[in-house]
Unconditional design. Structure first.
Ligand SMILES: Cc1cc2nc3c(=O)[nH]c(=O)nc-3n(C[C@H](O)[C@H](O)[C@H](O)COP(=O)(O)OP(=O)(O)OC[C@H]3O[C@@H](n4cnc5c(N)ncnc54)[C@H](O)[C@@H]3O)c2cc1C
Length: 283
């Protein structure tokens, strides 16, 4: 299991926001937008797949948002945001030329270096694909370092699927891409059902497979159960957790999970660490 020691400081002045200008804004679904941001002072930052920033538009509040761009590109900071409340609605209404405030990057990344040599299965639902997109791009760019790469992705309906063009491109680059939706009309020719069912179809080799999960907590619990049934042990499953966050740097304590702080010790954890805490009701 990975040790939960404190990470390196994210930045010299992690509470001081930097100004980023919206270069492009693309609507992905009815409530989700992808924003490409460029640093107003010209310096973007390097990040590791799975890290997040504290992002704000105007005075509507600062919220944690995962970086969803290619980690090989530091000229542009990419975020995919679902409008669920005041802060995310303000971010989603930003248009090219608008300036947002950004702090980060923060958090522990997906263990993409540590799992070299493994078959990697990425299992995700809804907006959960955004925090995993940098990891997928890293895996595909360095495909020779990994075994079989599999994506299991579920959304409520076909029009809620994120990045449909990228899903096709990743399949063309050799990823085994399985997509499912909870419900669809007759025009949908793909799978209907929950992501858990895709685990059974994917025929994973448990001794070689490592899983990375992000999505609603209930989806992750059921996916872990299905992966465990396939023989994959909890220390080979990694999940990104969401908790209410304010400072992003382990000072305020809002995002406590068990003995850890999600902003500092997560958001990515091995399931072997999470399982005992998630067994406690309302932790
Ligand atoms: C590490 C991390 C990475 C994240 N990455 C992304 C991302 O890439 N894209 C994205 O769209 N969102 C992401 N989120 C979730 C995002 O931070 C919340 O949606 C946001 O804080 C909501 O703020 P709000 O003011 O718009 O809405 P609020 O008024 O605060 O909340 C609206 C609704 O969303 C629920 N909610 C709020 N915050 C969370 C949360 N953290 N987890 C679960 N439910 C919540 C509330 O209970 C309420 O029902 C991430 C969260 C974390 C912790």
């Amino acid at each position: 299991m990975r040790a939960l020691s404190p990470p390196e400081p994210a930045a010299a002045a992690p509470m001081v926001p930097a100004a980023y200008r919206v270069a492009r804004a693309r609507q992905d679904t009815s409530d989700t937008w992808t924003l490409e941001l460029s640093a107003c002072d010209g310096d973007a930052f390097a990040f590791a797949p799975g890290q997040f920033t504290m992002l704000a538009a105007g005075g509507a509040g600062e919220v944690p948002i995962s970086i969803s761009g290619d980690p090989a590109r530091t000229d542009m900071l990419v975020h995919t945001v679902r409008a669920v409340g005041p802060a995310t609605r303000a971010i989603c209404t930003a248009r090219p030329g608008d300036v947002l405030s950004v702090r980060g990057p923060f958090g522990r990344p997906w263990p993409v270096e540590e799992i070299a040599g493994a078959d990697v299965v990425v299992a995700t639902g809804g907006i959960g694909l955004a925090p995993l997109r940098p990891a997928i791009l890293h895996l595909l760019t360095h495909a020779e370092r990994y075994g079989r790469l599999t994506l299991l992705y579920g959304a409520r309906t076909p029009d809620q699927l994120l990045y449909p063009d990228a899903l096709e491109a990743w399949a063309e680059r050799g990823m085994d891409v399985h997509v499912t939706v909870d419900s669809a009309g007759p025009e949908w020719l793909g799978h209907v059902g929950v992501v858990t069912r895709l685990v059974r179809r994917a025929a994973l080799a448990p001794a070689r497979a490592v899983a990375m999960l992000c999505g609603p907590e209930i989806m992750m619990r059921f996916t872990v159960a299905a992966l465990s049934e396939s023989g994959i042990s909890h220390d080979r499953i990694h999940a990104s957790m969401e908790r209410n966050m304010q400072c992003g740097i382990g000072h305020c304590g809002h995002c406590q999970l068990g003995p850890t702080l999600v902003c500092r010790d997560g958001p990515v954890y091995p399931w072997s660490a999470l399982a005992p805490w998630l067994a406690i009701r309302e932790l």
